[in-house]
Design a binder for this molecule. Sequence first.
Ligand SMILES: NC(=O)c1ccc[n+]([C@@H]2O[C@H](COP(=O)([O-])OP(=O)(O)OC[C@H]3O[C@@H](n4cnc5c(N)ncnc54)[C@H](OP(=O)(O)O)[C@@H]3O)[C@@H](O)[C@H]2O)c1
Length: 356
Amino acid sequence: MSSVRRVNLCYQNCSAPHSCTTTAFEQLENMKMKQLGKTGESISELCLGAMYFGSRLDRETSFELLDRYYDAGGRVIDTANVYATWVEGHEEPESESLLGEWITERGIRDEVTIATKVGAEYGNVPRSLEPKVIQEEVDRSRERLGIETIDLLYVHVDDPETPQVDVMRTLAEQVDVGNVRYIGASNMPAWRIARANCIAEERNWPRFEFVQPRFSYLIPERNPSFDAAVQLPMTDELVDYCVTADLTVLPYSPTLGGCYGRDDRSIPDTYVRSENRLKMALVEELADRHDVSGNTIVLAWMLERDHPTVPIVGCSTLKQLEMNLAASDVIFTDEECRRLNGIENYGFDKWAQRSA
Ligand SMILES: NC(=O)c1ccc[n+]([C@@H]2O[C@H](COP(=O)([O-])OP(=O)(O)OC[C@H]3O[C@@H](n4cnc5c(N)ncnc54)[C@H](OP(=O)(O)O)[C@@H]3O)[C@@H](O)[C@H]2O)c1
């Protein structure tokens, strides 16, 4: 059985972390850390996704989720310059601004790691990684977030039109002037990330230290077309590259909209495959055995991976957040791990064994 996470009710009666109770500090110790690439730094093992903060989720709900995540020891939050301009009535990016307000009101800038992204299209900003776009968008993100330095900056989506050497040079300049600390790549094929990192390493520029692919326990069909044209799933090659070159993996959409634990969310069509039926049955069995949601089981499986993996949890209620935080407390037996990993997995395990 997994242990039950103590619920700190601090978010209900305390809006400032400095006045949190000891329980908050005890819980802080509960959130384990994962290494961040080769930077020598670590981040909390669960990242909070802020995609709909300030748009679908109002300010009060967003602040409650942020406070609860903070009280549980969470210290890394994911946003983007584009979030969430596709939501009707929210054509201006609101997630970064809301996060900026929360950081300022709570006075915790130095305690949290803020990740944002550049490169996707919104308003008058094109889908592009041209130097001018990166420079202007980094400045706009810093302004909206109200911070001098973006801790983690992702390229949100690849740009085959802009030479990679120009992209990596521009990112290096942003790090050099102190606008950005570390860089990562989202929705980019493994070979392009590896190529960009070679370009950077040859010139002593910063390399991509972490990646953010669409990655869950279920594996989609080959060449899936996801709703947003930018989204690229995890691949065997990307797992292999991240393991070989020590890049941290931060999976997005890890629960596929919560489909592992709720009757009103079916598995997305592109994931309907025979292997996934077996996987779903196993997730349900383990959810019953550990007395948690199937979503918790999937997040716990990610945390169990040998390679540093930090799922980005998206939630719209405190109850969902509690279920997702509970992933840290699930302990699988060796047999359970073997079964979870035994159906179908990413990577080239047999190759690694052969060359060892
Ligand atoms: N790099 C990229 O291209 C990219 C793309 C997408 C997302 N992201 C990042 O990844 C984060 C998470 O992505 P996502 O929202 O797509 O993740 P997700 O895990 O696929 O979906 C999150 C949604 O699933 C439901 N859910 C989550 N936990 C649940 C639980 N325990 N029980 C029941 N339902 C649950 C909720 O749906 P309801 O709100 O409908 O109840 C929640 O809003 C985003 O916030 C963003 O930061 C990045």
